[in-house]
Design a protein around this ligand. Structure first.
Ligand code: ATP
Ligand code: LTN
Length: 333
């Protein structure tokens, strides 16, 4: 069976973009693949600006709870926290010795995040893609569902795996491929519909957080920026605001954006936005309900993670042992 691996940083407050663009696919893959999902807390400590040690622990638990609430099923998939397996850090070291300084320096995400930081930028940020390669390769992942922005990281994982196998003359690692969601799975900011919905946006008004209450969701959707015309049609260039709402409504109702446009055209933006708000409220209602149930019992969430770590180790430990042997490291007696 196809093995799928993906990771998400423990930011704690996921939004509709994360859900419709990524997590809904993670849930869907469970029906056709053997899935491994990881909360990547070691990645979250690579830039001091985004790392707060006083909130990281809780955010890791909250993110896990949200993953369970959206439908990641621990009976079918492996769900675990990256730092619970020392194998990830250890495999990163082996990969550090085959990855090139030049290829890491060219990674677009590193260039972006290190800009203006001069010599103070951490080695961890530089090494971020190597840790990501270890995440993926330890599990022999065939497919890695990620946003378009992660394309270079997955290519690097392939290159590292291939180089390792070749240099040490053992096919230890499976070469993964990235799976990108369709372009329509890009949810835009409600206030600035030409930018993607992102937690680093300047205002919270344009972002629907998965845990926003119904009144807040309704207010945000109803004040979404559209345009001064009144027609409702799907056209990302001329009508980015309306098209974004149509796409959200399409996913929430399982209908096509064009079909919905035909239904709502002529009824005015007020009626249309009310329908979108209601659909989003109903889409998130069961997720929120499940989240609150799970959050009331954090010990159960930790039990799921302990079980996930044990099952993850059953895959990762033998892979790492084989990689160490291929390199020529003396196994302990
Ligand atoms: P940032 O604030 O750094 O932009 P983010 O909100 O984009 O962060 P990430 O942690 O980078 O969140 O993304 C987690 C997953 O959610 C990734 O797979 C990413 O592609 C997806 N994702 C994030 N935002 C959107 C969006 N607006 N539309 C569709 N998918 C998204
Ligand atoms: N860098 C990724 C998160 C991530 C990941 C992974 C994704 C860490 N390890 C392994 C897929 C596979 C991001 O920022 N979305």
């Amino acid at each position: 069976m196809t093995r799928v691996f993906s990771g998400i940083q423990p930011t704690g407050d996921l939004h509709l973009g994360n859900y419709l663009g990524a997590l809904i696919n993670w849930v869907g893959f469970q029906d056709r693949a053997d899935c491994v999902y990881c909360v990547v807390d070691l990645h979250a400590i690579t830039s001091p600006a985004e790392h707060d040690p006083t909130t990281l622990t809780q955010r890791t638990l909250d993110t896990t709870t949200l993953l369970l609430a959206v439908g990641i099923d621990p009976a079918r998939s492996i769900l675990f926290v990256q730092s619970h397996l020392h194998e990830h850090a250890e495999c990163t070291w082996l990969f550090n010795c085959v990855a090139g300084f030049g290829e890491l320096r060219k990674m677009p995400q590193f260039k972006e995040k290190s800009e203006g930081k001069g010599e103070s930028v951490s080695v961890g940020l530089f090494d971020y893609p190597v840790l990501q390669a270890a995440d993926i390769l330890l599990y022999h992942a065939d497919e890695v569902p990620v946003g378009e922005d992660q394309r270079h990281h997955i290519e690097l994982a392939r290159d590292i795996g291939q180089r390792f196998n070749h240099r040490f003359r053992d096919e230890v690692f499976t070469l993964p491929k990235a799976i990108h969601p369709p372009a329509a799975a890009r949810v835009m900011d409600l206030q600035e519909p030409t930018n993607k919905m992102s937690k680093s946006a300047s205002t919270d008004k344009g972002i629907v957080n998965l845990l926003d209450d119904p009144a807040r969701i309704t207010k945000k959707v109803k004040s979404a920026v559209t345009d001064s015309a009144t027609d409702i049609r799907h056209d990302r260039v001329e009508k980015p605001g309306v098209s974004n709402l149509l796409e959200i409504l399409a996913v929430a109702t399982g209908r096509s954006a064009d079909d919905l446009a035909a239904e709502y055209d002529g009824q005015g933006y007020g009626v249309f936005k009310a329908a979108v708000a209601e659909a989003v409220v109903e889409l998130l209602r069961p997720i929120q309900q499940r989240y609150h149930e799970l959050a009331a019992d954090p010990a159960e969430v930790e039990r799921v993670l302990a079980d996930g770590a044990a099952r993850a180790r059953e895959v990762a430990a033998p892979t790492l042992a084989r990689a160490k042997a291929a390199v020529g490291l003396l196994p302990p007696a």
